[in-house]
Design a protein around this ligand. Structure first.
Ligand code: KIV
Length: 285
């Protein structure tokens, strides 16, 4: 049954923070999954540039283009008209200049019906956040493990382990908040650092991914939750069901049944009336 949900807005998200109720956020890249996520009550969806790896099979997120993001964001919006939809700015769609950042952020809003955008980086990216927010587009920062800088960070690993590196992340969070980010995502930082940043946030929603319980809400990569990414499962992800295994078994059964002629069965095809078939045979000679 299709249930119509309340439209999730920015005031709704801040209200959840006030009420101390954690916000639910997942990645999503396609129409049928978006439909299921909205029906399940997920409040925010990120059309992440992780789609480069989870959907397109690249080794990293770097080859993803704005056009890829827009196509997937449009599909997600059609499946989930009421969630708070966030478009993830792909590599080099915002780093070169404020102007480029505003134009590409605007594409997410105008072409895909997004409610906000997210971009990676700390104080150095604060001017991009400011320019986007000044043009009327809600923006989310992303700190800690930022996959677009994975080469500089030395791999997919915990960030901000030492006091001095943790301080840089805490300062970056403040810089993004001051630049107008309404939210900051902390990916793979120690839980105590996440707690400090959440406590210091004044008018900014802190979301966590692999960063413990203290953030205002949690994000997970959908493919990690259901065994749908074959290459690895990060420690920060929890498997809520092994859809990958179910699908693989189904595919193996299909192969076996086609070979043995168990599929299609009588209920899977349509017959033809005798007189019509006789007529056809006559016509064909
Ligand atoms: O692209 C993405 O899905 C992301 C998450 C890893 C936070 O940015």
């Amino acid at each position: 049954m299709i249930e119509t949900r309340q439209k999730i807005t920015l005031p709704y998200l801040f209200q959840k923070v006030q009420q101390g109720e954690p916000i639910t956020w997942l990645t999503c890249y396609d129409y049928p999954t978006a439909y299921l996520q909205e029906q399940a009550g997920i409040e925010m969806i990120l059309v992440g540039d992780s789609l480069g790896m989870t959907m397109l099979g690249y080794e990293s997120t770097l080859p993803v283009k704005m056009d890829d993001m827009i196509r997937h964001a449009c599909a997600v919006r059609r499946g989930a008209p009421n969630v708070f939809l966030v478009g993830d700015m792909p590599y080099m769609s915002y780093q070169p200049s404020n102007e480029l950042a505003v134009l590409n952020a605007g594409r997410f809003m105008a072409e895909a019906g997004c409610d906000a955008i997210k971009l990676e980086g700390g104080a150095a990216m604060a001017p991009r956040i400011r320019a986007i927010v000044d043009s009327g587009i809600p923006a989310i920062g992303h700190l800690g493990l930022t996959p677009q800088s994975v080469a500089a960070l030395g791999g997919f690993r915990l960030q901000g382990k030492s006091a001095s590196l943790a301080k840089v992340i805490a300062d970056d969070a403040k810089a993004l908040e001051k630049a107008g980010a309404f939210a900051v995502l902390l990916e793979l930082v120690p839980d105590r650092l996440c707690k400090v940043i959440t406590e210091r946030a004044e008018n900014c929603i802190i979301m966590g991914l692999g960063s413990g319980l203290h953030a205002h809400g949690q994000l997970l990569i959908y493919h990690d939750m259901f065994g749908l990414y074959p290459k690895f499962k990060p420690k920060m992800a929890k498997t809520y069901g092994n859809a990958g295994e179910v699908i693989l078994k189904g595919l193996q059964s299909y192969c076996a049944e086609v070979k043995s002629k168990a599929f299609p069965a009588r209920e899977n095809w349509f017959g033809m009336q005798d007189e019509e078939f006789d007529g056809l045979k006559k016509m064909l000679g």
